[in-house]
Design a binder for this molecule. Structure first.
Ligand code: AMP
Length: 142
């Protein structure tokens, strides 16, 4: 497996070198909205540690990322009036991974509504801002 590349786009977001629509942060995890959401509220949860994917991440960091994903899933159910949540996490190109810093997708779902195809449409920044604010506020109260 290739080594972790510190210049991947999510590492740049974690270092504050690129913008994002942040929804949550603690000492070990960071979460922001996917810019091409497969459904409204589609969020990515990352460990702050340099991990390419499930194959090299520290097990405790992986556990923590999933705890945060659960918190976000619960908040997203009410914020986005969801009927369910899809969790996805891809590993290496063959596994569907495109950005090589581990991330868990948390995707709010509505009964009978299909997800958009991956990377099909960039959401408007004002829509992402509004969604991030609502989700961040719900997480503060959680
Ligand atoms: P994957 O590695 O297959 O999980 O896919 C990477 C995901 O990151 C896709 O859902 C993209 O829409 C998303 N993405 C790519 N660049 C950005 C970015 N700058 N900010 C937020 N999400 C992004």
């Amino acid at each position: 497996m290739p080594a972790y590349d510190p210049n991947n786009i999510f590492a740049k977001i974690l270092r504050g070198e690129l913008p994002c629509h942040k929804v949550y942060e603690d000492d070990r995890a960071f979460a922001f909205l996917d810019i091409m959401p497969r459904a409204p509220g589609h969020t990515l949860v990352l460990p702050k540690s340099a991990a390419r994917n499930i194959l090299d991440v520290d097990a405790d960091d992986l556990g923590h990322v999933h705890k945060v994903a659960q918190k976000i899933a619960k908040a997203a159910m009410s914020v986005f009036d969801a009927d369910g949540i899809t969790i996805q996490q891809f590993n290496e190109s063959a596994g569907g991974q495109v950005v090589f810093h581990l991330h868990v997708h948390v995707i709010p779902r509505k009964e009978g509504v299909s997800m958009k195809p991956p990377a099909s449409e960039k959401e408007k920044p004002e829509v992402l801002s509004a969604h991030a604010l609502k989700l961040a506020a719900a997480l503060k109260d959680a």
